[in-house]
Design a protein around this ligand. Structure first.
Ligand code: NAP
Length: 337
C-alpha cells in the first residue's frame, strides 16, 4: 500500500474530556455569543452529548430518522436536513452511523462553513478532503471519539508524533463491539445472541457489519496513520478478516489453548510504505491485547525512539464516547469562543 501525503492536523488534542479545570475555566470565561450548534443523531452517542452539552454551545436542532414528541430534547428534532440547516448552525456534531447520508451531511456542514466535531470514523477516514477543506476555511474538524471511544488513542499518537519520539508500529484491539462479541462467542453464545447483547449494551449500531467485518477497525487505522505520519491510506485497501467466519464455539480454538481470540488491527510503516491489516488472532494471555474484556480497547504504540506506550480504556458505550466528544467541544470552545 502506498502512502499518500496529507495535511497534518492543526488541532491537536490533549485528552478525552480534559476535566474539571478546563470546564471551570470555560465556565469562568464570559461568552459573548453562544455557538449555534446542531447535532446529527440522538442515539447512544448523540443523546449522551446532548445531555452534557457545554453551556457556551446553544443547541438549535437535532436530526434523527424518526420524529420525537415535543420536549424530548432541549431543541426541535428534525427529520429533514433542510430544516436543521435552516437553524443556521455554526457547529455541527456528527453522531450518525457511517455511510452516504452522514457523508453528505458533513459535506454540507463544511460547505456552510461550520465547525465539525465527529464520532463517525467512517466519514473521517474516507473523506480527508472534507477535513482539509474545513481547516483551510479556518474551521475546526475534530474527531477524537472516532478512535478508542473513551481511550485517548489519537491524542496519544499526536503527542508521540509532536514530541519527536515518532510512531513506528501500532497494534491494537480497536473495536469494542467486536471484542464484546468475541468474548460472548468464546463463552458459547451464538453470533446472533452476542450481537444482540452488544446492541442492548449500546456498543453496536443497528447494522453491526462494519464492526464484525473489521471495516470499522480499518477506518480507525486510517485515522491513526494520518495522525502519526500525515498520510492518507485508502480504508478499502486494508485487508480485513471477518468474525462471521467463526462458528459459536464454547471452548473454541483460542480457549482450548489458553489463548484469547481477538480482532487485532496492525499498522506499520517502512519508508513511504504503510502496511495495515485487521485479522483474528488467538493471543497468549500475557499479550496486553488479550487482557481486553468486553467493550475494552487497547493499543500498543511502538515509537521510533523510546519505550512502548499502551493506551487502554472503554472503547464504546454512551458515557465514555460522549466524554470524548465533549473533550473536543471544550477544546473547540477554548479555541474559538
Ligand atoms: N456507540 C458507541 O459506543 C460508539 C463509540 C465510538 C463511536 N461511535 C460512532 O458514533 C456514531 C453514532 O453511533 P451510535 O452508537 O450513537 O448510533 P445509534 O445509537 O444507532 O444512533 C444513531 C442516530 O442517528 C440517527 N440516524 C440514523 N440514520 C439516520 C438518517 N438517515 N437520517 C437522520 N438520522 C439518522 C438515528 O435516528 P433515530 O434515533 O430516529 O433512529 C439515531 O438518533 C457512529 O458513527 C458510531 O460509529 C459510536
Amino acid at each position: 500500500m502506498i502512502a499518500q501525503p496529507a495535511t497534518r492536523y492543526d488541532f491537536l488534542t490533549s485528552g478525552p474530556d480534559s476535566g474539571a479545570s478546563l470546564e471551570a475555566r470555560l465556565a469562568a470565561r464570559r461568552i459573548l455569543k453562544p455557538l449555534r450548534t446542531a447535532v446529527l443523531g440522538c442515539g447512544v452517542v448523540g443523546g449522551g452529548v446532548i445531555e452534557r452539552l457545554p453551556s457556551p454551545l446553544a443547541l438549535t436542532g437535532v436530526l434523527a430518522q424518526r420524529a420525537r414528541p415535543a420536549g424530548a430534547f432541549p431543541a426541535p428534532v428534525f427529520t429533514e436536513a433542510d430544516a436543521l440547516f435552516a437553524t443556521a448552525p455554526e457547529l455541527v456534531i456528527d453522531a450518525l452511523p457511517g455511510g452516504a447520508r452522514a457523508e453528505a451531511l458533513v459535506a454540507r456542514a463544511v460547505a456552510a462553513g461550520c465547525h465539525v466535531v465527529s464520532a463517525n470514523k467512517d466519514v473521517a477516514a474516507r473523506r480527508p478532503d472534507l477535513i482539509r477543506q474545513a481547516r483551510a476555511q479556518g474551521r475546526i474538524f475534530a474527531h477524537s471519539a472516532a478512535v478508542g471511544g473513551g481511550a485517548p488513542v489519537l491524542e496519544t499518537v499526536a503527542r508521540l508524533a509532536a514530541s519527536g519520539a515518532g510512531v513506528a508500529r501500532v497494534r491494537g484491539v480497536l473495536n469494542g463491539t467486536a471484542n464484546y462479541v468475541l468474548d460472548r462467542l468464546m463463552a458459547g453464545d451464538s453470533l446472533a445472541d452476542a450481537v444482540t447483547g452488544a446492541q442492548a449494551a449500546g456498543f453496536a449500531e443497528a447494522d453491526p457489519g462494519a464492526d464484525l467485518d473489521g471495516l470499522d477497525a480499518a477506518n480507525k487505522l486510517v485515522l491513526i496513520a494520518r495522525e502519526a505520519w500525515g498520510v492518507d491510506i485508502d480504508p478499502a485497501k486494508v485487508t480485513c478478516e471477518s468474525i462471521r467466519i467463526l462458528r459459536a464455539a464454547a471452548g473454541g480454538p483460542g480457549r482450548r489453548q489458553s489463548r484469547r481470540l481477538r480482532q487485532v488491527a496492525l499498522l506499520e510503516r517502512a519508508g513511504n510504505r504503510v502496511h495495515a491489516r485487521v485479522r483474528l488472532e488467538a493471543l497468549a494471555e500475557a499479550d496486553p491485547l488479550a487482557r481486553t474484556r468486553e467493550e475494552g480497547n487497547c493499543v500498543v504504540l511502538s515509537p521510533e525512539r523510546g519505550a512502548q506506550v499502551i493506551v487502554a480504556g472503554k472503547g464504546a458505550g454512551r458515557a465514555p464516547t460522549a466524554a470524548s466528544v465533549i473533550g473536543d467541544l471544550n477544546r473547540l470552545i477554548e479555541a474559538v469562543c
